[in-house]
Write a protein that binds this ligand. Structure first.
Ligand code: ATP
Length: 483
């Protein structure tokens, strides 16, 4: 059956497990909600995505430096950043099912007549409620759709929650802080509370002067960081799209106040170009501008880059104008001077920050979704060779006549530089298919002609076209096509 938006995710999840991209965490114990492990192919793909980002942010530029800050930070950092007070989502609980929903993610069918029951369902899942209404013999044309945020809590007694048939089971919205707490040291007291960082950005702000002085950078310049972040999300889901433990790739670009809008536009364009290098189809990407009520507490302007996932357009990266909010607050809370002295103009000021923030796991899902292709006789992951987990496979056509030795020799040579798979088992057609499923761009086969003239067959993944090249040119061939 061909992949449709409905079954595409199921197919991808199954392929990812079967071919060692992604496993459910603690699977032998029944798994743990929203936690995943990356297998042999997943970890290679992840590493390649990270490296492509790091290369474009740090190696190819003079004005961005790298950093790896600690996950646990002084608790005051999170007071200054506003996360202790403001990093909250309003949520409602269902008293009957004990399920918890984000208030802004519940949609409600309300009767046009203004009287009678209302029906709530999670955003992005209209089929689900249509089926439920049909079962309850409710005529959908007599209803209007609203977000739960628009409904007065006095009316909650009329709402039938998403996973129940009884009205009035939803609690009033309550604020829920998304930061994971733990204790530093043996004593579990309030004085010892520390947080798992919910974003990597704060590690950058508190090191602003350290990095600037050590690297002798002048404004404008940026600091890039890749690392784990943790958010106790109320509604994790869509596989690895929204999890509670994830990895971010963030870059904070410090600029002179007044030039922030220009750099904001610059980074929007730069980041879109990067997705082309990642190999993502342009038609599957779009910008979404945050409206007034969507803006985070620190932002003056924000654009998301969205990708067209099988479950709909969703954010993969945020580009934010964070103004001088964070550095200003850290100056206030730490009582340390975080101003920049501009030698050219002689002025002292707190820089503005333009942030680009994306998630490795989310980009891995993006890359997989974009690469997944079903053809009549095969499933193929059409990764950009730059990020493909396995760059090449080498096969002896048969296990005799010295073919395995030649193939192993070629493999050993390539392994100095590339992740390469050696496979001598089964029919060669099946070996090709196995490589297609993990997106290996090139397969080299040693056959009887190799014994005569020293050439091997190269088979290209997408076109399946074959050509012969000298076995001594295999490294060169890959170097030209896979970087
Ligand atoms: P949302 O509104 O969807 O919760 P957000 O706007 O809070 O997301 P940001 O704080 O802008 O997200 O995070 C920047 C990036 O970090 C996101 O674009 C995404 O790639 C990644 N990210 C954020 N939260 C998660 C998560 N729970 N799971 C996986 N990746 C995440």
């Amino acid at each position: 059956m061909a992949a449709t938006p409905d079954n595409m995710m199921d197919k991808l999840v199954s392929l990812c497990k079967r071919r060692g991209f992604i496993f459910q965490s603690s699977e032998i114990y029944g798994g743990i909600n929203s936690c995943y492990d990356y297998g042999p192919m997943g970890i290679e793909l992840k590493k390649n995505i990270r490296e492509l980002w790091w290369k474009s942010m740090v190696y190819e530029r003079d004005d961005v430096e790298g950093l790896d800050a600690s996950i646990l930070m002084h608790p005051k950092v999170w007071e200054a950043s506003g996360h202790v007070e403001g990093f909250t989502d309003p949520m409602v609980d269902c008293r009957e099912t004990k399920n918890r929903y984000r208030e802004d993610q519940l949609m409600v069918y309300t009767p046009k007549s203004g009287e009678g029951l209302m029906y709530a369902f999670p955003e992005g899942n209209p089929d689900y409620i249509a089926r439920k209404l049909k079962k309850a013999k409710v005529d959908i044309s007599q209803y209007e759709l609203h977000c739960l945020t628009e409904i007065d809590t006095a009316e909650y007694s009329r709402i039938v929650g998403p996973d129940t048939t009884t009205p009035g089971t939803l609690t009033e919205p309550r604020l829920f802080n998304l930061m994971f707490k733990t204790f530093m040291g043996p004593v579990e007291s309030d004085a010892n509370i520390v947080y798992l960082r919910p974003e990597t950005a704060q590690g950058i702000y508190v090191n602003f002067h350290n990095v600037r002085e050590a690297s002798r950078q002048k404004l404008p310049f940026g600091i890039a960081q890749i690392g784990k972040a943790f958010r106790n999300e109320i509604t994790p889901g869509n596989y690895i799209f929204r999890t509670r433990e994830f990895e971010q790739m963030e870059m904070q670009y410090f600029v002179k106040p007044g030039s922030d809008e220009e750099f904001f536009e610059y980074w929007k364009a730069e980041r879109l170009k990067w997705y082309d290098r990642l190999g993502i189809c342009k038609e599957h990407l779009q910008f979404h501008q945050h409206g007034e009520n969507e803006l985070a507490h620190y932002a003056k302007a924000a654009f998301d880059i969205q990708y067209k996932f099988p479950f709909g357009w969703s954010e993969i990266e945020g580009i934010h104008n964070r103004t001088d909010f964070d550095l200003q607050r850290h100056e206030e809370f730490s009582k340390k001077n975080l101003k920049y002295f501009d030698q050219e103009s002689g002025e002292k000021y707190i820089p503005f920050v333009v942030e680009t923030s994306t998630g490795v796991d989310r980009l891995l899902l993006t890359t997989l979704s974009d690469a997944y292709t079903e053809e009549e006789e095969r499933v193929v992951l059409r990764f950009n060779p730059t990020v493909a987990p396995m760059k090449a496979a080498v096969f002896p056509l048969v296990k005799k006549d010295g073919m395995p030795e030649i193939a192993q020799n070629i493999t050993a040579g390539l392994r100095n530089k590339f992740r390469v798979f050696y496979d001598e088992s089964g029919a060669v057609g099946r070996r090709y298919r196995r490589q297609d499923e993990i997106g290996t761009p090139y397969c080299f086969t040693v056959d009887s002609q190799t014994l005569e003239d020293g050439t091997v067959t190269v088979r290209e993944r997408d076109s399946m076209a074959q050509e012969r090249i000298s076995k001594d040119k295999v490294m060169e061939y890959l170097e030209e096509r896979v970087v």
